[in-house]
Design a binder for this molecule. Structure first.
Ligand code: DGJ
Length: 732
């Protein structure tokens, strides 16, 4: 084999001898540099991702970020290297592969040789590189697709797999990306459950495979979202250190495998979870993996987040430049127990408070099986005449008469067995034949791979929006995950295609809705944060992070979500949860995309007054800075008694600093980040007039950016569960 390669690639004898000697010794060997090796740069100027084509015509990892990857090889690797860029299974490489295939003839090894590369620029500032690989024996082609966004230090990678074998092949593993790093790596993951999303946990990676995954197919982020952080050389820090973020654009089951081979390299395998999802692929059909996104900074996660926020607003979020309206939602206030009179009375109150949009939540539909609780009616999307005798359009008109836009909740992917839809089409649900139905929240998932189901769901949404043109906002919910992953539509030999085909069909449906109803804003929800990937968010304007609306918990959760997402995408609603003061709840909501979810008729006059002031302040001052500014996270609620965050307008003329005491603390100064050191700022407090907290000594003063950075601002709130919002405005 080696002789064959020698002849084929004309390697120098010295290289072969060195490699053979170390292979014989059984130790990892470092392949000497080949002067002729061809390096391919797929990253940005700073976020470096370099690959090279080896003398054996294989594609290798060379550098990811600041780290050069040593070209390791060992005995037993068949003479091949441990650093192939997209390692296939069954040839040379004995660690976790990126690609594993059972070929049409039953052979289960694959080899990939470099064929060629192509670079272009699909839009200004974006570089696309395509690298073609091919199996020398089987007609299987793999194209690695990279996009690099200069100015944001964001890199995307996906793979496109095709074949022309005489029959279907089975893809057993199909990673989106598989770069490698060396040395000391620290992983930060975010785990949780319903109403307890996004708990960060950091650990140092060690030899072996660490897997973060989801196996639920739908509502796939219930226990953890498809993103993580990596600190290079040390645990992730806010304002220092080389840091990577990884995010997968996939709303189904995902897998991140961090494979430290113990020989000097850790491979970061990211993609769809192969567990239970071996995919049967017909000849001539393209299998495109979802995009894995990498964001990089050498100045800690703070700068990484700011880059990512700008990138997401520009490329990943629907209407990322459109200010989000201040919204009143009725879910926490009424649950299912409402009627037309109640909802219209909430409009009156919303108008008094200066709100801009009303969102009618679950419970408006079902005639034979009225949706008065979660046991029935899901799937029957006709208005419940007992609750809303004059229909949705009447409500939308009433809202409009009060200067409010109108929005509505749907959960199109699901069905209650107690529904007309299920009675008519029991075969439309995902289940395994012969087994008793397994319900979660009394519901089942509709099998979107069945064209009739896709047509039904698309028809439901179209009819709702066409018949009620006053609806300009939709909350798309999804409240269970898949068990018994069986489809009566897919053939027997393609049952394990279900999860992947489902997500693709869902993406198609969402894209269709987005295209047909461009003016309708969309909120992404999945029983809280059960679906928060960027692949889905591209069809949405914002997401509902959690059904836990206790503002104390939200301070922490918003801190962690802000690692990845800009504030205009993170819905924050004021509720009575946790029994906190309305001032605290309002301040927390104002530090995100503000909404209220209260029965406004039950507020005390003082609470109503504070809410009205907050809505006005948010619209006039905060919205622009919070939703479109740069975020500086100053003090973490994970490591001290307060959370301090600072939003700075892009031109640095205004800043809003939120101080949230999560425990009792001391009167320590806070140094706001991101200000212009040359500018002078007037300091005021966005005070809701609650009283009881002494005025800040510096109120009204004009202070230079340099002095603010050096001496800081001294907040006067120190007691647990209190807050202060400081406003800084440049004076010329
Ligand atoms: C779960 C969501 O997270 C809630 O906000 C609410 O919309 C309910 N579903 C309604 O059933």
């Amino acid at each position: 084999m080696i002789t064959y390669r020698l002849l084929r690639y004309g390697l120098c004898m010295g290289w072969v001898m060195a490699a053979l000697a170390s292979v014989r010794a059984g130790a990892p060997a470092v392949l000497p540099e080949s002067g002729a090796r061809r390096v391919i740069h797929v990253g940005t100027e700073h976020a470096v991702y370099d690959l090279y084509v080896g003398p054996d015509s294989r594609l290798y990892n060379l550098r990811f970020g600041s780290q050069e990857i040593p070209a390791l090889q060992t005995e037993g690797s068949g003479g091949g290297s441990l650093t192939e860029a997209y390692p296939p299974s069954g040839t040379r490489y004995a660690f976790e592969p990126a690609l594993s295939i059972i070929h049409a003839d039953g052979n289960n090894s694959t080899d990939l040789e470099f064929v060629g590369e192509q670079a272009g620029s699909p839009s200004p500032g974006v570089k696309e590189t395509r690298i073609k690989l091919r199996d020398p024996v089987y007609p299987v082609d793999v194209e690695l697709v990279f996009r690099a966004y200069a100015g944001f230090d964001v890199i995307e990678q996906s793979s496109e797999i095709r074949h022309t074998e005489p029959g279907a092949i089975v893809l057993e593993r199909f990673a989106s990306s598989s770069p490698q790093m060396t040395g000391d790596l620290w992983l930060t993951q975010f785990h949780g459950d319903w109403a307890n999303e996004m708990n960060p946990l950091s650990e140092r990676l060690s030899p072996g495979i660490k897997v973060l995954d989801s196996k639920t197919l739908v509502r796939a982020d219930r226990f953890r979202p498809p993103f993580f952080l990596l600190g290079v050389g040390a645990a992730v820090r806010e304002a220092a250190g080389e840091t990577w973020a990884g995010m997968l654009d996939w709303s189904g089951s995902f897998q991140f495998a961090f494979d430290d081979n113990g020989l000097g390299a850790t491979r970061l395998l990211a993609g769809i979870n192969p567990y239970g999802q071996a995919y049967r692929l017909d000849p001539g059909v393209l299998f495109a993996t979802p995009v894995m996104r990498w964001a990089w900074s050498d100045q800690g996660v703070g700068q990484l987040s700011r880059n990512l926020h700008r990138w997401i607003r520009r490329y990943a979020l629907r209407d990322g430049d459109r200010p989000r309206a201040v919204l009143l939602n009725n879910w926490e206030a009424t649950g299912f127990a409402f009627d037309e009179g109640k909802i219209v009375s909430l409009f009156d109150r919303a108008k008094d408070l200066g709100m801009e949009l009303f969102l009618l939540d679950d419970g408006w539909f079902g005639t034979r099986f009225p949706r008065n609780d979660d046991t029935q009616g899901l799937g029957d999307w006709s208005v419940n005449p007992a609750k809303l005798p004059r229909g949705i359009s009447h409500l939308a008109d009433e809202a409009r008469n009060r200067g409010l836009r109108f929005g509505i909740w749907i959960e199109p992917e699901m069905v209650n067995p107690r529904s007309e839809l299920y009675l008519a089409h029991p075969d439309w649900v995902i289940r395994e034949p012969g087994r008793a139905l397994e319900l979660q929240r009394n519901q089942l998932v509709l099998d979107l791979t069945r064209p009739a189901v896709a047509q039904y769901e698309s028809g439901v949404i179209d009819t709702l929006l066409r018949d009620n043109p006053g609806v300009s906002y939709v909350k798309w919910d999804s409240n269970r995950y898949v068990t018994q992953p069986g489809s009566s539509w897919l053939p027997k030999d393609r049952q394990s295609n279900l999860g992947i085909d489902y997500v693709r069909a869902l993406d198609g449906l969402m894209a269709e809705v987005e295209k047909r109803h461009p003016a309708v804003e969309m909120m992404l929800c999945s029983g809280g944060g059960g679906r928060v990937d960027l692949g889905t968010l591209k069809h949405f304007d914002e997401f509902w992070p959690s059904d836990n609306t206790d503002p104390l918990r939200r301070v922490v959760m918003q801190w962690d979500y802000s690692t990845f997402f800009p504030a205009l995408a993170i819905s924050g609603h004021v509720t009575h949860s946790g029994g906190r003061s309305i001032k605290f709840a309002l301040d927390v909501a104002m530090s995100a995309r503000m909404g209220i979810d209260l029965d406004l008729s039950k507020l005390t006059p003082e609470e109503s007054r504070q809410a009205a002031v907050a809505v006005e302040v948010y619209k006039d001052k905060l919205r622009d800075v919070v939703q479109f500014g740069d975020l500086y996270r100053m003090e973490s609620p994970h490591s001290g008694p307060r959370s301090v965050i600072d939003y700075v307008s892009q031109d640095k003329s205004r800043a809003a600093m939120f101080v949230f005491q999560v425990a009792d603390g001391a009167p320590d100064a806070v140094r706001p980040g991101g200000l212009d050191p040359q500018a002078k700022y007037r300091l005021s407090e966005l005070d809701l007039g609650e009283g009881g907290v002494p005025a800040m000594p510096q109120l009204g003063s004009v202070i230079s950016g340099t002095d603010l950075a050096a001496t800081g601002i001294i907040p006067t709130v120190h007691k647990a569960i209190s807050s202060q919002v400081v406003w800084l405005e440049r004076v010329d």
